[in-house]
Ligand binder design. Structure first.
Ligand SMILES: Nc1ncnc2c1ncn2[C@@H]1O[C@H](COP(=O)(O)OP(=O)(O)O)[C@@H](O)[C@H]1O
Ligand SMILES: [Mg+2]
Length: 310
């Protein structure tokens, strides 16, 4: 089956700032239509730089980006019209009303007035009863939602949320996720950046990990969760062995080079871990253990080891 074309395609993208600093190094990334994609990485990884380039706010140094098939350099207007952006830094000290601000944003994209659309956006974001309020009078959470309303005012197919919940309290964060899921249900493709692992885990269909300007992992959340469920049991042997006895082959054990450690991978989400029968079979094979320990690879561990790698 032929996969549908990606809604965003980034190939061999590099960015060197005027200072000479290389913020992105050969990024390759496809975003699927309709997905929620989380770009996860520590501060300074290059998340905002990548988003800024795709949205046409910053220039790329090398490579190519297409949005809905339109090259962001040669076909900028067509590409940009498909995108709504909620930037990391919110500028919302406005004495304008919610309605005026959101309507004005639509106008910036050269779209004809469409009060029915603005009304729908404000209602979807639970801002309708605030439409005549000045933005400066709103709570932090409402201001964020106004920013999303502005980004959706011109009916984009893609919404970028750059650190949407940084500094937002738990309650508001939950509300934000409900909004994002609602948008996805209405057909919008969503790309969000975060440095919170849990956020990526909760929200995204796929997660890309970025560090020091490089994408170091892109995976379905399901695949990542499977890694999360994997545990490893390490058995310290009383006496070293030369080889794993054939009777123990089904356990797919690994023997350390010094012959003193056996490791066993098991799935905590499986029906049974197999540990009890493994211990029995070891004893039957005449192998005695002096100690054992287990380790779990959590997404946190995976993330930390990935971003710590030299
Ligand atoms: N205008 C700029 N000039 C020079 N360096 C920059 C500029 N903007 C960002 N950087 C640097 O590029 C790197 C990536 O920044 P950024 O994309 O903002 O990361 P993130 O959003 O992941 O925190 C950082 O080291 C940052 O200091
Ligand atoms: Mg950033």
């Amino acid at each position: 089956m032929l996969a549908p074309p990606p809604i965003i395609s980034v190939s061999n993208l590099s960015k060197t700032y005027g200072s000479g600093f290389k913020a992105l190094k050969g990024i390759n990334l496809d975003i699927k239509r309709g997905e929620i994609f989380a770009l996860l990485g520590p501060n300074g990884a290059g998340k905002t730089t990548l988003i800024s380039i795709i949205c046409g706010i910053a220039n790329l140094s090398e490579g190519r980006v297409t949005v809905g098939g339109h090259d962001i350099n040669s076909d900028y207007r067509a590409a940009r019209s498909l995108i709504g952006l909620v930037p990391q830094e919110l500028h919302t000290d406005s004495f304008e009303t919610v309605w005026a601000t959101v309507s004005f944003s639509r106008g910036l994209f050269g779209k004809p007035k469409n009060p029915a659309h603005i009304e729908k956006v404000l209602k979807d974001l639970s801002l309708w009863d605030k439409k005549d309020s000045k933005i400066i009078t709103l709570s932090g959470g409402m201001k964020r939602r106004v920013m999303i309303a502005k980004a959706l005012s011109h009916e984009p197919q893609i919404l970028f949320l750059d650190e949407p919940t940084a500094g937002v309290d738990v309650e508001l964060r939950k509300g934000m996720w409900d909004v994002v899921r609602g948008l996805q249900a209405s057909g919008v493709t969503i790309i969000l950046t975060t440095h919170y692992i849990q956020e990526a885990e909760e929200m995204a269909d796929r997660i890309g990990v970025i560090n020091k300007g490089e994408i170091i992992l892109v995976e379905d959340k399901a695949g990542l969760m499977q890694k999360l469920g994997k545990k490893q049991l390490t058995l310290h042997l009383q006496q070293k062995i030369e080889a794993i006895p054939p009777a123990l082959a089904p356990y797919k054990l690994q023997l350390s080079s010094d012959g003193r450690l056996l490791t066993y991978d098991y799935d905590t989400k499986g029906e049974r871990t197999g540990i009890t029968s493994l211990l029995t079979d070891l004893r039957n094979a005449g192998i005695h253990i002096s100690d054992l320990d287990t380790t779990q690879s959590s997404l946190e561990d995976i993330f930390v080891s990935l971003v710590r790698a030299p």
